[in-house]
Write a protein that binds this ligand. Structure first.
Ligand code: FAD
Length: 473
């Protein structure tokens, strides 16, 4: 428990809106969307300015009080949940109220905004200036700028625009000693020694609290073509990806795959969804091309390409969205994959990446290993084939006991992660480590890298006040 004396000190340094000890208000901050974690804390701080954050962190550093930063609380690995692992009481520091400044510079193709703005709000502001913020993920209505930077979020357009790291130009953050680090330039080039902002990206709140950032914008894609494509195998999907890149690389903005079993779960559980193509096909691809050039005949070009693929036996069936609402229907099927799986009982999650060309081989080996270990378990992998990133989720057998199945979490993780590493892959492609995967990180990341990470943490946060339960065991 954070003591009354400390709570009193926070009331004295902040306005009353910024402090809460009300358990009813604190409760939603203590669990995530998947309900896998249940945290605890008796103090929620909700500062609205970088100066307030600085005051809070200085005080916490002086008194060795642990802080867990939280943005939109859409992370899926327990990184923003207080009281999970650390032996110390933890304060929740929500950055959602840091939301006073947002500005687009249209000729600089940049946006500078406070950490509490959501991804959807960044896009709305960019659109007002005929610009586009190209990060897109199903949680974009809730996840915040501070959160996407701290997790280096990916999403569905990484194949074209890269991850959050590729979009960042500058960061303002409060370091663990309470000092304000301000590097909010929008420079595209700056080689002046160590680049501290790169350390804060993906640090999951362990090296400081991000309060503001400047990000790249791109031209609005007002000429978009979206196709739903049925294929026999992941191998064929990979071939298609490779050939589409040859002809369309600068316009390819999404290349997602989904298995029939996953689509069937969506159709069964998610209201307002409907099959796009007749019949059953083992895999589906959602392919999107986009450009700002209205004169490029993207749709015709894609139609011709798909006809070639059908002739070559690579594609079983395909359709191009004829309207905005048809495009939205395709995306709804893709975006509902996680939600639909919630209705099918226990699901053991993985967020892995392997070299793109190795995805089909990875799938064969992982599926075989899982079926040997747990014969009726149902691997339902889907995701960003364009980036080699799969959400390799394993659903419980129908009618199995959920708790018994979920008891296999650790063993299944080990099986899947060992195979991933044998392919030179990553055990966390986009969601981060949080508290969920820190055991696996320490088991699988080379000792030299862990030691270097610890040295950085020790140098910046010697009192270990910033998210002490995350990342390291
Ligand atoms: P939170 O969940 O609040 O926090 C995440 C981590 O960042 C925690 O460790 C926290 O301590 C730290 N943190 C938060 N704010 C700050 C700050 N201001 N300063 C320092 N540290 C901070 N992720 C993807 O990458 N790609 C996807 O496609 C994707 N799809 C998703 C779909 C759904 C339905 C859901 C629920 C989640 C999805 N996610 C995805 C995961 C999640 O949305 C991202 O990780 C997102 O970046 C988290 O942002 P947030 O503001 O909610 O952060």
């Amino acid at each position: 428990m954070i003591s009354e004396a400390h709570i009193h000190a926070f009331y004295a340094m902040l306005d009353s809106k910024s402090v809460s000890t009300d358990q009813e208000e604190i409760e939603p901050h203590l669990h995530e969307w998947r309900d896998k974690f249940k945290g605890s804390s008796n103090l929620l701080l909700k500062p609205s300015s970088v100066q307030d954050v600085s005051r809070i962190v200085k005080y916490c550093n002086e008194h060795s009080l642990a802080i867990v930063p939280q943005g939109g609380n859409t992370g899926l690995v327990g990184g923003g949940i207080a009281g999970l692992e650390s032996k110390r009481a933890e304060i929740i520091l929500s950055t959602k109220r840091i939301k006073n400044h947002i500005a687009v510079d249209d000729r600089d193709y940049s946006i500078t905004a406070d950490a509490g703005y959501t991804v959807a709000e960044l896009e709305t502001e960019a659109t007002r200036f005929s610009r586009h913020f190209p990060l897109s993920l199903a949680s974009e209505g809730s996840c915040t700028l501070g959160g996407i930077i701290s997790t280096n979020a990916g999403g569905v357009h990484v194949v074209r625009y890269g991850t959050t790291r590729d979009l960042i130009l500058g960061i303002e953050a409060v370091l663990p000693n309470g000092e304000i680090f301000s590097d909010l330039s929008t420079l595209r080039k700056d080689n002046t020694g160590y680049d501290l902002k790169q350390l804060l990206i993906g640090a999951e709140g362990t090296l400081g609290i991000i309060t503001k950032a400047s990000m790249k914008l791109v031209p609005v894609e007002n000429n978009i073509t979206t196709a739903w494509i049925a294929v026999q195998s992941a191998e064929n999907a990979l071939d298609i990806l490779s050939r589409v890149k040859e002809g369309f690389s600068e316009t390819l903005s999404a290349f997602e795959i989904m298995p029939l079993s996953g689509i069937n779960m969506v159709l069964e559980h998610i209201e307002g969804t409907r099959p796009v193509l007749e019949g059953n096909h083992p895999w589906y691809i959602l392919l999107e091309l986009g450009t700002s050039s209205e004169n490029t005949p993207l749709q015709t070009m894609l139609e011709n390409k798909l006809a070639d693929f059908i002739d070559a036996g690579l594609v079983e069936d395909a359709v191009i969205a004829k309207s905005i609402s048809e495009r939205a229907d395709f995306w709804k099927l893709r975006e509902s994959m996680s939600e639909a799986q919630k209705h099918e009982g226990g699901s053991i999650k993985h967020d892995i990446s392997v070299p793109v060309a190795k995805v089909p081989e990875f799938l064969n080996i992982a599926n075989e290993a899982i079926s040997k270990h747990f014969p009726d378990a149902r691997p339902t992998p889907f995701g960003h084939l364009g980036d080699g990133n799969l959400h390799y989720n394993i659903m419980q057998p129908k009618d199995a006991d959920k708790a018994t199945f979920l008891g296999e979490w650790q063993r299944m993780n080990e099986i899947v992660h060992d195979i991933t590493v044998s392919f030179g892959g990553s055990i966390s492609a986009e969601h981060g480590i949080g508290t969920l995967k820190k055991g696996e990180l320490s088991r699988l990341k080379p000792a030299t890298e862990i030691a270097a990470m610890r040295a950085i943490k020790q140098a910046l946060d010697p009192n270990n006040i910033m998210n002490p339960g995350a990342l390291f065991i």
